[in-house]
Ligand binder design. Structure first.
Ligand code: ARG
Length: 375
């Protein structure tokens, strides 16, 4: 793109250092959807004609079909998903393909793609959170009469329903769902039209583009729009806190399945054996989740640290937003799914739980209350 003014090829090492195609290729459905809308806006502004619009749409669809089928060849020398798709389009349909980038920069394009990605994934995660809530409620319903010791300081405190303990996690997840829904408001804002940083002298109908892509509003300040990654930090925080909740549930389960507690057992499908000790049945899913939560925190710290020293507006540092984002999204989705399955297969050892809850000291508080009521 910038070859005109450069006399030297980019060094091979710089290409390897700067490419993002090896991980940002997965933005392609969003990049293509954004370009479809951009082309329509260009046609409305009479920058391209109907025939060119049709050619762009057809070309983008064929590229998407090839990527879906796994036959598209990604080129590392084309750096990122945006340039790969644009170059393939121009190759397939000729000069109309190159016109697509009119009034657009990769800076507002990557902001658009990332917002579309975050929106889709946030909606998926909200569904998975609800799914896990349902699994916890179902587990409580199956064991409605089970009473267990409730703990403070990991010391037996007072008797509680097993369902009450599980429903505490339903509350945490309810807040997670609420936070995700709230984050969507700030994710779902359309940045295209901001150009590199100062908009464009070629004015496209931004409201139209927003409506085509299902955005509720458009960004108001072009400099903020290309430099803003707050919505990623917010999503990563929300995911990190959901991880915290799953990690606490993990810790409860890890304790409950020990020989010492023996309160519940997990299904064979959700545990692993030991290569050395045949008696063991390990709660790996819970342990892995507790462990992976550390990575979710790392990803949040990573994005915050990337942003903290950046002057306005876009800086290449921002390319570093994607790997932590993708990693946190992938991790929490899988964790929520596997947890719902594991909770479904969890069996309570009624005998052990009853024995533990039968500890007469657990009623000491009730006895004290009774004495108060008796005056
Ligand atoms: N791959 C880049 C990123 O993820 C796209 C934007 C590049 N913009 C630029 N001016 N070099 O941030």
């Amino acid at each position: 793109m910038w070859k005109g003014r450069f006399q030297q090829e980019t060094s091979g090492l710089v290409q390897r250092y700067g490419e993002s195609i090896s991980y940002d290729w997965r933005l392609y459905p969003h990049d293509i959807a954004g370009s479809m809308a951009q082309a329509e806006a260009l046609a409305r502004a009479k920058i391209i004609n109907r025939k060119e619009l049709a050619a762009i749409h057809k070309g983008l669809k064929s590229i998407k079909a090839d990527i879906d089928a796994g036959t598209f060849e990604w080129k590392h020398e084309l750096e990122d998903v945006h340039m790969n798709i644009e170059s393939a389009l121009t190759q397939r349909i000729g000069s109309a393909g190159a016109k697509l980038h009119t009034a657009r920069s990769r800076n507002d394009q990557v902001a658009l793609d990332t917002r579309l990605y975050c929106r889709a994934e946030t909606q998926t995660i909200i569904g998975l959170v609800q799914n896990l809530q349902r699994a916890l409620v179902a587990q409580g319903l199956k064991n409605q009469s089970v009473i267990m010791p409730g703990y403070t300081h990991l010391q037996r405190g007072q008797p509680v329903l097993y369902a009450h303990h599980l429903l505490a996690y339903v509350e945490m997840l309810e807040r997670d769902g609420g936070r995700l829904t709230d984050a969507l408001k700030r994710i779902n804002v359309m940045p295209l039209g901001s150009g590199a940083l100062a908009g464009s002298t070629i004015c496209l109908d931004r409201e139209f583009v927003a409506q085509r892509l299902g955005f509720e509003t458009v960004t108001r300040n072009s400099m903020d729009a290309v430099g803003d990654r707050d919505y990623i930090a917010e999503l990563l925080f929300t995911i990190a806190l959901t991880g915290t909740h799953l990690s606490r549930l993990s810790e409860d389960i890890i304790l409950w399945v020990t020989a010492e507690f023996g309160f519940v057992s997990l299904s064979d499908a959700h545990t692993t054996g030991s290569s050395l000790m045949p008696q063991k049945k390990n709660p790996d899913v819970a342990e892995l989740t507790r462990g992976k939560t550390g990575r979710l925190y790392g990803n949040l710290t990573s994005i915050l640290t990337t942003l903290k020293g950046l002057p306005l507006t876009y800086n290449r540092d921002m390319q570093e937003d994607k790997e932590p984002l993708f990693d946190s999204v992938d991790t929490i989705k899988l964790a929520l799914e596997v947890f719902a399955e594991m909770i479904d297969g969890m069996k309570v050892n009624a005998e052990r739980v009853r024995a533990a809850a039968g500890d007469p000291f657990l009623l000491a508080t009730d006895l004290a209350d009774w004495l108060v009521l008796k005056g």
